[in-house]
Design a protein around this ligand. Structure first.
Ligand code: ZN
Length: 179
């Protein structure tokens, strides 16, 4: 019997069970994957520490260049992105392909990205849109959240629409037109 049926109180659904498996594989095999760690080590650079609180003690700090925005970020803001690791694990049938893609990883499958870019890339993949569209949507969402959407539109000579949803579309359109 499937575990999510036999142990309904532990995993009420198959999705919950698969999510637990996914998390376990990521934490156990991916987090400290030796190839991933070596890739990170080889692509780490030393840069001048600009943090006034620690620059005296540590004049140089570890950093890396983001493959998406091309900027150098402190190593704590850098994540390893698995280019070909986008296999889903929705049922036990996906298990082999999911684990194989993870453990057989090579340097060519990896890139270093900063945390904000990584979030945008994941969002774009999930929504089936481009990174530029995702960047525009994310900015629109955060402007609305911070209640700066009306001001943002006015500053660009756009008359803000009456509803939040419409203003969101206006912002996305403005960004796409390069305003
Ligand atoms: Zn970036």
């Amino acid at each position: 019997m499937d575990p999510w049926i036999q142990h309904k109180t532990i995993w009420p659904t198959e999705a919950k069970f698969m999510s637990w498996v996914r998390g376990g594989i990521r934490a156990g095999l991916w987090k400290k994957h030796p190839v991933k760690l070596e890739f990170l080590r080889q692509n780490t650079i030393l840069t001048v520490n600009t943090n006034p609180r620690s620059m005296k003690r540590f004049p140089m700090v570890k950093a890396a260049r983001c493959a998406l925005c091309s900027l150098v970020h402190s190593i704590k803001d850098i994540e390893v992105d698995h280019l070909t690791g986008n296999h889903s694990l929705r049922s036990m049938d996906d298990l082999r392909a999911f684990i194989e893609a993870m453990i057989m990883v090579t340097f060519a499958d990896l890139q270093l990205v900063c945390k904000p870019c990584h979030k945008i890339k994941s969002y774009a993949e999930k929504q089936g849109i481009t990174c530029e569209e995702a960047r525009a949507e994310k900015l629109a969402i955060s402007l609305i959240k911070e209640k700066k959407d009306v001001q943002w539109l006015e500053e660009r000579g756009i008359v803000p629409a009456s509803s939040q949803a419409k203003r969101r579309t206006q912002i996305i359109q403005a960004l796409q037109e390069g305003l």
